[in-house]
Design a protein around this ligand. Structure first.
Ligand code: PSU
Ligand code: MN
Length: 316
């Protein structure tokens, strides 16, 4: 059924019709995650990295009363300039931004929704939202986690950022049946650093391995998404003590200033960049590029697998 609220770019539409690899990209990272103009430069570089790898990038947003999958460079620039005057759109906000015609940057949750509606199966980002530290009293659990539980899209990230409670985030994902894959690693990476104290559920070393599991999950009708955690490249990884000190300061400030709800993640991300003198922003950009390349490889492997005819099962 045609979705009148969804507009897919000609390039992305053509790729989807041809069964070619497409990678979805979010836009809250553009509007609320990075300062202008680095946000726009990064978004364009991420798209280029996907194209170079042989897949088609599909950046998502809400613009002009439509959910958009695939944006022009000018539209990405406009989102970057809008910054936090744009609405940060999660599942809750989607219908309102469409109905009101407001500009919206899509979070991981909303991007998964748009990707699934368009038929895009793989999505690259930097960090997902999760269970925030102190969630036992604040109840601050990102809608991204619930979306991973219900929407069938593979999300490639660099692991939950340690502004979150990594242990509780992993428990939540386990409860909701979302597998956490370590891509070439046994441990779940923690965004700025390659390692954490937590084991991934499964280690997979190449894109074909991820695509193979995607195919079986489809056959079984398991539903829901998977989280592929891809460590930051060695040369850009940050010392855990350095980044943790900045994060602890930012979390304490957010609490003292009573910052709550959807403002929490943007506040923490901005303060961490300031407190690390921009080093964390450089690291952030590099890990997103790295995730885009891995997502492209997974989407390509998945598109190759799609020629397999499906039947009702093997004879015993
Ligand atoms: N974490 C990051 N960078 C980001 C975000 C999270 O390291 O840009 C953004 C993503 O768009 C994510 C959203 O989906 O923040 C989560 O926000 P919340 O915790 O309010 O659900
Ligand atoms: Mn939240």
């Amino acid at each position: 059924m045609k979705n009148k609220h969804l507009k897919i770019s000609a390039l992305v539409d053509e790729a989807l019709r041809g069964g070619r690899a497409v990678v979805a990209l979010e836009s809250t990272i553009i509007t609320h995650g990075m300062p202008y103009p680095r946000n726009v430069e990064t978004a364009l570089a991420v798209q280029a990295a996907i194209t170079e790898r042989g897949a088609v990038p599909a950046t998502t947003a809400v613009l002009g009363g439509k959910m958009r999958v695939g944006l022009s460079d000018d539209e990405i620039d406009a989102l970057g300039q809008a910054g936090d005057t744009a609405v940060k759109v999660s599942r809750r906000d989607l219908a309102f931004t469409i109905a009101h015609g407001t500009v919206g940057g899509t979070t991981v949750a909303a991007t998964m929704m748009l990707a699934a509606m368009a038929g895009v199966r793989v999505f690259a980002t930097g960090g997902i939202g999760g269970v925030h530290r102190g969630a036992s009293t604040t109840f601050d659990v990102s809608a991204d986690l619930q979306e991973l539980a219900r929407t069938e899209v593979v999300v490639v990230c660099a692991g939950p950022k340690s502004i979150l409670d990594l242990g509780l985030t992993l428990e939540y994902l386990e409860t909701h049946g979302v597998p956490v894959i370590g891509f070439g690693t046994d441990m779940v990476p923690a965004f700025y650093s390659r390692e954490s104290d937590f084991h991934a559920d499964y280690r997979i070393d190449d894109a074909a391995g991820v695509a193979a599991v995607m195919a079986v999950r489809r056959d079984l009708g398991v539903g829901g998404g998977m989280l592929v955690t891809n460590p930051i490249p060695v040369e850009y990884g940050m010392e855990r003590s350095v980044i943790d000190a900045a994060i602890n300061t930012a979390v304490a400030e957010a609490s003292a200033r009573n910052i709550i709800g959807k403002g929490t993640s943007p506040f923490l991300l901005g303060r961490i960049v300031e407190l690390t003198g921009g080093t964390s922003l450089d690291a952030n950009i590099q890990l997103v590029l790295n995730n885009a390349r891995v997502a492209a490889d997974i989407a390509i492997a998945d598109s190759k697998g799609r020629v397999n005819p499906s039947s009702s099962g093997d004879l015993a």
